[in-house]
Design a protein around this ligand. Structure first.
Ligand code: 3HC
Length: 311
């Protein structure tokens, strides 16, 4: 009976075991996973644009090769995640259509412009750093395919974060103009990176259920705090300043007190009113239609191969 299936599902979750694609699962659990994994995948794909903007203008062949590898990784992360979402009974085509029609979201962070080369460093250090803080717990998510996709993604994110941090370290210890460029990028990317973790727990509509299902293992505010505490140590080594005059160690909380991001701005960016939302979606729609011939050729080739295998 459904009651027995539900009881079995609850016991698997309770025991910190994994739900696999062929297991029975409550519809709302399936829907929440499709929503989160699809939007995670969309974020990876859209996230290629801000950095891709600097591939042709990287300051050296070495930086160009590293950035190319990183942007290529992001495409791969998108594919792993679409593949994980497909185990829940949706197709990648359906999910891409939902993105292109503006009916599914992608991360707010990718709606900000990359104005200088230092932004590539700030994105690696802060955005990929925030992604790691958010994604390491997802390796213990209750849905098997998502948790397993995260393990490889987190390994690659560590390279992304390290290369960004190194870019900023070189600039911060370079000429005064380079140092100023690094500080300017940090000033512009700090608060949007804090906002990446989502609205405050009090406004987080999905957290309670996602945490009960052990999809989300820590709340938005817990992970945001963990990220701030980590960055305060790292920014000292860079010799730069976090743009928050209220940042201070709270002995009692054993954590840093900090100025929260502008959540009204986050809501505006999420609803499409960020600095680059229109451009990101125009680029994505154009790339999708210009790439139709590649999809058709791949499908025709696959059909030919299948027919040949049958003879
Ligand atoms: N950008 C866009 N939408 C956001 C958001 C953000 N930064 N933060 C929250 N939202 C949306 C949520 O999707 C939700 O809307 P929905 O119900 O229509 O999906 C609404 O705001 C309320 O937020 P909740 O806290 O209730 O939503 P969640 O419980 O889903 O938590 C989340 C939001 C923490 C982003 C969670 O979805 C999550 O952990 N997702 C997986 C990680 C992810 O998607 N990261 C995006 C960045 S990917 C990346 O950084 C790539 C790297 O290579 C650089």
């Amino acid at each position: 009976t459904v009651a027995e299936l539900q009881a079995y599902f609850d016991a698997v979750i309770e025991a910190d075991q994994k739900i696999e694609p062929r297991d029975w699962m409550p519809d709302p659990y399936r829907k929440t996973l499709i929503r989160q994994i699809a939007q995670h995948a969309h974020s990876e794909i859209i996230g290629m644009q801000p950095e891709g903007n600097w591939i042709s203008r990287a300051p050296s062949l070495k930086r160009k090769a590293i950035l190319l590898a990183k942007v290529q990784d992001e495409a791969g992360h998108g594919l792993y995640l679409y593949a994980a979402a497909e185990t829940l009974g949706v197709t990648r085509e359906e999910l891409v259509d939902l993105l292109l029609e503006g009916r599914q979201k992608y991360s707010s962070i990718f709606n900000y412009p990359t104005l200088s080369w230092a932004d590539v460093g700030a994105i690696g250090w802060l955005v990929d750093g925030a992604a790691i803080v958010n994604q390491v717990p997802l390796c213990r998510c209750s849905y098997g395919p998502y948790a397993r996709a995260m393990i490889r993604i987190c390994k690659e994110e560590s390279f992304h974060q390290r290369q960004g941090y190194e870019i900023l370290h070189v600039l911060a210890h370079g000429t005064p103009a380079q140092r100023a460029m690094a500080q300017d990028a940090l000033d512009r990317w700090w608060y949007p990176s804090l906002a990446m973790f989502g609205p405050p727990d009090t406004d987080s509509t999905n957290s309670e259920r996602s945490m009960a299902w052990k999809i989300k293992r820590f709340s938005n505010d817990e992970l945001r705090q963990r990220f701030v505490d980590m960055c305060v140590q790292q920014v000292e080594v860079l010799g730069l300043q976090l743009p928050d005059p209220h940042l201070r160690w709270n002995e009692q909380r054993q954590a840093y007190d900090f100025t929260p991001p502008d959540y009204a701005e986050l809501m505006r960016v999420i609803s499409g009113d960020g600095p680059c939302n229109r451009q990101r979606m125009e680029n994505r729609r154009r790339a999708h239609s210009e790439g139709a011939w590649v999809r058709e050729a791949a499908a025709a080739y696959a059909a030919k191969r299948t027919a040949a295998d049958r003879t």
